[in-house]
Design a binder for this molecule. Structure first.
Ligand code: FAD
Ligand code: SIN
Length: 525
């Protein structure tokens, strides 16, 4: 199937690119599972933008770079932050019903932000954004949306009938989840918008499909990835034995929520960051909670906003309030038990300001990338913003070079002549579980060289098993995801072992100090 542009991913980054590209050509958008199954629909807090008269771009740039521990690329930070007001205007035009206060957009506050600057739709911003983008894409005759397609690998010159050997990307092979058929989707240009790799960890706020497929596919095709050790852990995921990955938005702390030791009632953030307390950047708060849990043998800590009037709490956090009430927790009357959980992949495929990767014909945007915006730790609510700004930047660059893109060559069909159906699905489940548990225990919030090396050895052994399995059996979505999870785990550990300092999200006991000069960890395939 041939289109002008192939987009892998139907979240904020992919659909923003699609809507811009559709001005000129035919766009195919592929998604694994449902069209709204990515992280975008799950976003709670909102989108950061300088809109208040008392705020400035400089403030937002400074907050972003303080949170990122200086590893950010300043040019990228300025590019994204200055693009925010336009991105919000565009979303308003698409009909996103942002909260308003006497006509003006209501701005909430989150950790690491020195001003109120988070535009939001109650506590379910992502759901509204995803719905508005999907509606616009569905109504656009130049956009074809194809859910339930699991991309396996990017198509490059080596897949051409007339082998070219070049790393030029011509689309992707994708498994149709219903028919089990693998189709080669070719295009003049490809935009990778496949989201993050959160599910590489046992506990994560990310949806089931966040298995790092985009990062792994780009790496296998020959693109550099960077700063994969910078895995963000959100401080406040609900602790509940039935519901494993429900986020309690940072805006709860932004609106006054406090963290307490559940037994002594001590407001422990004063021992870690007296000045910023609960509104310190995420890495600081997540490490503090992790320390309390380990030091006192706790299962969780308490997050309490019940000192605010009940109406205020219900009005600001209707989704969370309703969900918790269903679990027997009334946040207007008492505390919420919380633990940290993996939340965001700061590292990823290296791109420039036009969303270009190292590979001709391949662009990338959103959580799959390392654009230079987040550095060593993402500032809250900067991620959706990055999707809008880079989704549009990549599309604009493709439009600017439209006439220079050649039509794809004839591509070899997917070869299944040497594989059979798997007779041992248990291998996949076992390896999934093992990788995720090992990453949580050995490559988590606080690291040591010894534990990283252990993880590296185990990953090498698992790699042999997974590649052997992949070489012998027909692909399924589970197998595709396992292969990618494993690839990402390897990239994270390799990167973590290369950084001999503690910076932002990478905290390693063997190197507790931060080096003077911030240097990216860049892996070259
Ligand atoms: P996603 O929205 O994750 O979309 C990925 C797309 O790629 C999906 O369509 C998926 O199906 C597709 N895909 C993946 N693999 C394949 C494959 N192999 N083949 C085909 N398609 C594939 N950020 C903020 O800025 N503000 C917030 O308030 C906020 N809250 C969050 C709350 C939660 C619970 C979570 C998990 C994240 C939150 N984030 C927030 C982060 C933000 O939501 C994500 O970083 C952002 O939505 C990523 O968008 P994306 O377009 O890059 O990818
Ligand atoms: C949250 O609402 O706490 C998540 C915000 C984000 O991840 O940016």
């Amino acid at each position: 199937m041939e289109h002008d542009v192939l987009i892998i991913g139907s979240g904020a980054a992919g659909l923003t690119a699609a809507l811009t590209l559709a001005e000129k050509g035919k766009v195919l958008v592929l998604a694994k599972g449902k069209l709204n199954s990515g992280s975008t629909a799950w976003a709670q807090g909102g989108i950061a933008a300088v809109l208040d008269a008392g705020d400035t771009f400089d403030n937002h740039v400074r907050d972003t770079m303080v949170a990122g521990a200086g590893l950010n690329d300043r040019e990228t930070v300025e590019f994204v932050i200055e693009g925010a007001p336009r991105a919000i205007d565009r979303l308003c035009e698409l009909g996103v019903p942002f909260n308003r206060d006497a006509g003006d957009l209501h701005l909430t506050r989150e950790g690491g932000h020195s001003h109120r600057r988070i535009v939001h739709v109650n506590d379910a911003t992502g759901w509204a954004v995803q719905a508005a983008l999907l509606k616009a894409a569905e109504e656009n005759p130049n956009i074809t949306l194809l859910p339930h397609q699991s991309c396996i690998d990017l198509i490059t010159g080596r897949h051409a009938e007339k082998y070219s050997g070049s790393g030029r990307v011509w689309g992707a092979y994708a498994l149709d989840e219903a028919s089990g058929e693998v189709v080669a989707h070719t295009a003049k240009a490809t935009v990778l918008a496949a989201g993050g790799a959160g599910r590489v960890y046992q506990f994560s706020t990310a949806p089931r499909g966040a298995t790092g497929d985009g990062i792994a596919m780009a790496w296998r095709a020959g693109a550099r990835v960077s700063n994969m050790e910078m895995m963000q852990f959100h401080p406040t995921c609900l602790y509940n034995l039935e519901v494993k990955n429900f986020l309690i938005t940072e805006a709860v702390r932004g609106e006054g929520g406090r963290l307490y030791h559940p037994e002594t009632g001590h407001r422990f953030m004063e021992d870690y960051d007296k000045e910023r307390m609960e509104l310190a950047p995420r890495d600081v708060v997540a490490r503090a909670i992790d320390d309390q849990i380990k030091r006192y043998g706790l299962d969780y800590v308490h997050l309490d906003i019940s000192h605010q009037p009940p109406e205020f709490v219900k009005e600001h956090f209707p989704t969370i309030h309703e969900k918790l009430m269903g679990l027997g927790i009334d946040m207007t009357k008492g505390p919420i038990p919380v633990v940290p959980a993996q939340h965001y992949t700061c590292g990823g495929v290296v791109i420039d300001l036009n969303g270009r990767t190292d590979l001709p014909g391949l662009y990338a945007a959103g959580e799959v990338t390392e654009s230079g915006l987040h550095g060593a730790n993402r500032l809250a609510s900067n991620s959706l913003l990055e999707c809008f700004v880079f989704g549009e930047a990549a599309a604009k660059d493709i439009l600017a070079h439209w006439d220079s893109f050649e039509a794809p060559p004839a591509i070899k069909p997917w070869d299944e002549s040497r594989v059979t159906d798997s007779d041992e699905e248990v291998v996949i489940k076992q390896n999934w579980t093992e990788i995720r548990r090992m990453m949580w225990n050995y490559v988590g919030i606080v690291r040591t060289t010894k534990r990283l090396e252990r993880a590296g050895n185990r990953i090498a052994l698992l790699g042999e098993e997974i590649e052997d399995y992949y070489g012998h059996f027909r692909v399924t979505t589970d197998l595709i995801e396992l292969r990618n999870l494993h690839q990402c785990a390897d990239l994270i550990v390799q990167s973590a072992l290369k950084r001999h300092e503690s910076r932002g999200l990478h905290f390693i006991l063997d190197y507790p100090e931060m080096d003077e000069a911030p240097i990216d960890t860049v892996l070259v395939p």
